[in-house]
Design a protein around this ligand. Structure first.
Ligand code: ASP
Length: 331
């Protein structure tokens, strides 16, 4: 039997863009370090270099996991850890202050392959909130723990705690003082909010994961929880899509941003880029600004933001690239 036509058909199917699989795409990691009022003119060369180096360190940590055949879940965890430990970002060390002078940390993580998720909110003294969110997912029957109960669970799990001074940075303290002097501001687009960190990854087995970590918003009321620990608002991953968001959390919650973005891709057939912009437009309509990083199961990616800038980076087999300012300069 002449099998040539069938082989030709098979080759066409495999080569057509619609037939790209995770194995073809290879592993991909996207990260963000928050969206906000970032202008090249306002940033010194030294600060820019420091942020770029910190983004590269996060990409390197996450990429090592993927390059060694590790899971997307381990990759997003590994990418978040150095950003939580860096005083440059609003997550872990370097988190913003509440109006009464504390650091209350929020984080979440989601495994797209299993739809398991873990989140923590309003937690103090935990060095790496993303690890606590992951422990909630893997070592508790719950999805979301907050405040004292989350701290007690961190202690049970043997996670590392740090004294308040470890989280303290002059820059965040000054931002809180200025915000407090200006009076309590309603939630909305504002300066000094950026720095939340997030990661989404696709591994060699085609699994997706997402994680996000933050100190929330400057001078927030104590007890305030943002979108970051709300699964479906700031973080989401399923079999076809992974999202981590940053921006005015109240609006991202009200838009169910991350899960509705993925639903647009699954149900309306939108690309990551289309779904990202439609979601951000809906949030802007409500009055909020911010950004998202999005990956699908074939490695299609989007970095979209309605702010002036978003710290961001991408790692794949082609290398590691980072960007901070205009949407034009995508990594
Ligand atoms: N979305 C975060 C929050 O509202 C803040 C941010 O991403 O800058 O807590």
């Amino acid at each position: 039997m002449n099998t040539k036509p069938f082989r030709l058909l098979l080759a066409c199917l495999l080569l057509s863009p619609g037939a790209v699989t995770a194995e073809d795409a290879g592993p991909v990691l996207l990260i963000h370090g928050g969206a906000g009022t970032l202008r090249a003119a306002d940033m010194s060369a030294a600060d820019r270099a420091a942020y770029e180096a910190a983004l590269h360190a996060a990409l390197e940590a996450g990429w090592q996991v993927l390059a060694d055949g590790g899971s997307a879940l381990d990759a997003v965890t590994a990418a978040i850890l150095p950003m939580e430990d860096s005083p440059l970002f609003n997550a872990g060390r370097g988190a913003v202050f509440t109006a009464d002078g504390h650091n209350e940390l929020d984080a979440s993580i989601m495994d797209g392959a299993t739809r398991e998720a873990g989140a923590i909110g309003g937690v103090r003294w935990v060095r790496n909130p993303v690890l606590l969110a992951r422990r909630v997912m893997e070592a508790s029957p719950h999805v979301f723990l907050a405040g004292q109960g989350a701290l007690a669970f961190a202690i049970d799990q043997g996670l590392e705690l740090k004294p308040s001074e470890w989280f303290w940075t002059e820059r965040r303290w000054q931002q809180m003082q200025r915000a407090t002097l200006q009076g309590a501001r309603p939630p909305g687009p504002s300066e000094g909010r950026f720095g939340t960190v997030g990661a989404v990854a696709l591994d060699a087995a085609g699994r997706l994961a997402a994680a996000t970590s933050t100190g929330g918003t400057t001078a927030k009321r104590y007890g305030r929880l943002g979108d970051v620990p709300v699964i479906g608002a700031g973080t989401w991953a399923d079999r076809g899509c992974a999202v981590s968001a940053t921006g005015d959390g109240e609006y991202f919650i009200r838009a169910a941003a991350a899960s509705s973005l993925c639903a647009r891709m699954a149900l309306a057939g939108e690309s990551p880029e289309e779904a990202a912009w439609t979601t951000l437009a809906a949030i802007r309509e409500l009055g909020g600004l911010g950004g998202v990083i999005v990956l699908d199961g074939t490695g299609r990616a989007s970095f979209a933001f309605t702010t002036e800038g978003m710290y961001r980076g991408r790692a794949d087999a082609g290398g590691r690239r980072v960007a901070i300012f205009a949407a034009g300069e995508q990594p």
